[in-house]
Design a protein around this ligand. Structure first.
Ligand code: FES
Length: 123
């Protein structure tokens, strides 16, 4: 088994930062329209920095592992840097063997985290 696949399976089976958050500063929920799989992110934000992250979700191994990996990356990140995350960042974390339909799975959590920040910035 290659190291990327092992990492994805580990995050899927042992999700990091999975759960609820009391009074998040930002939250957003969305689903992949192709399959209905869902991800919801909750963020604590202070002085432009992400201080804490929790998420909920249900779906395929790639979407849920991607959410878990993203949750770890986000903690301590500037919100301006989160908005700059791209497809290439996500594929670097997950491994490059993603087919286009799997790429949609992998990108769902990043889209949701960005949408949460967009909502936060509108306030
Ligand atoms: Fe639904 Fe992956 S199959 S997000």
């Amino acid at each position: 088994m290659d190291i990327y696949r092992e990492n994805v399976l580990d995050h899927y089976k042992n999700p990091r930062n999975f759960g609820n958050m009391d009074k998040p500063d930002a939250k957003f929920k969305d689903s992949n329209p192709l399959c209905g799989d869902e991800v919801e992110f909750y963020l604590k934000i202070d002085s432009g920095l992400i201080k804490d992250v929790k998420y909920h979700g249900q779906g395929c191994a790639i979407s849920q592992a991607s959410a878990s990996i993203l949750s770890e990356k986000l903690i301590g990140m500037k919100i301006s840097d989160v908005m700059k995350l791209e497809k290439e960042d996500v594929t670097a974390w997950l491994g490059s063997e993603l087919t286009p339909s799997r790429l949609k799975c992998a990108l769902l959590p990043v889209m949701v985290a960005k949408a949460a920040i967009n909502e936060f910035e509108k306030k």
